[in-house]
Structures are given as C-alpha cells and as structure tokens.
Write a protein that binds this ligand. Structure first.
Ligand SMILES: [Zn+2]
Length: 151
C-alpha cells in the first residue's frame, strides 16, 4: 500500500501533510481521508509512533525502538539520535508512573572538518542550548513551565 511504503520506511519524521504531499505525488488518486485514516490506523496498530516534538508539530516516526531526537534550529529537520548518545539519570518522580521518555535536542548541525577533528566539537554544540535540551518528555510538556521560573 502506497502510504505504508513511504511512512513505514522513512526516517524523515513527516507530518501528516507531508505524508499526504509525498504519497499523492506518486499516487494522485489517493484521497486525503485515505491517507489520514491510514496514518491513524498505523498508530493504533503500533506500527507508527505519533510524536509531538514541538507545539503544533505532530510527526510520524516508524522507528519503534527507543531513541532521542535532534531538531535543527535552521531547517527544522528532525533526526534520530541513538539512545546511548544521551545519558539521562533515572526518572523517578514521586506519584508518577513514567511509561517512556525521550530527549529532544535542539541546536544546529556543525560541519565537521573532515577526519582530522581533534576536539569533539560536534557533541558539545549539540548540547549547547540547555533550556530546551533538558530531559523533557514529549508527554510531559507541561513540566516546562515550572522550569522557566527565572527571577
Ligand atoms: Zn525518530
């Protein structure tokens, strides 16, 4: 099926509209309803994950194993970050049963000066904006407001 062929194999983290644009380019007879219904079905069936990585930015991710995400400030491009690349302490919150969490890193991609790089610049830059790069789960966005209480 056309939608599956694209969305279950992509690493682009497309929004529903992007999926629609992509699949109707090749299969123009597909209706918007069909595409949306299929996406919802895949999410219900657990074939696809629906992520809210930013306000009003719902994207689909076929990669089911746990991983983090990096969002490029300049392009908005969402990339997968290997689970082991980010160390987060145990999330033990009194009164909460945490089902899952994910770190969303934001920053910009640094062009690596070929293989001769001496310092691990890439890694440091990725973590440079700590406010939004904290261990904020996509499911616990409300927590952010507490953390912003600066004087
Ligand atoms: Zn992903």
């Amino acid at each position: 099926m056309a939608v599956a062929e694209y969305v279950l194999t992509t690493d682009e983290h497309p929004s529903a509209e992007q999926v629609l644009t992509r699949v109707t380019k090749r299969w123009p007879y597909l209706s918007r309803a069909t595409v949306y219904n299929t996406l919802n079905l895949f999410v219900r069936e657990g074939l696809l994950r629906q992520l809210v990585l930013a306000e009003g930015n719902v994207v689909f991710d076929p990669k089911l194993e746990r991983h983090h995400h990096f969002i490029d400030d300049a392009t908005g491009r969402i990339e997968d970050v290997h689970w082991d690349a980010v160390k987060v302490g145990d999330a033990q919150l009194d009164g909460y049963s945490v089902r899952e969490y994910m770190v969303v890193l934001r920053g910009r991609k640094v062009r690596r000066p070929t293989v001769t790089a001496k310092q691990p610049t890439a890694k440091q830059t990725v973590k440079s904006p700590p406010p939004s790069a904290s261990a904020s789960s996509v499911r616990r966005e409300t927590k952010k407001s507490k953390e912003q209480g600066r004087t």
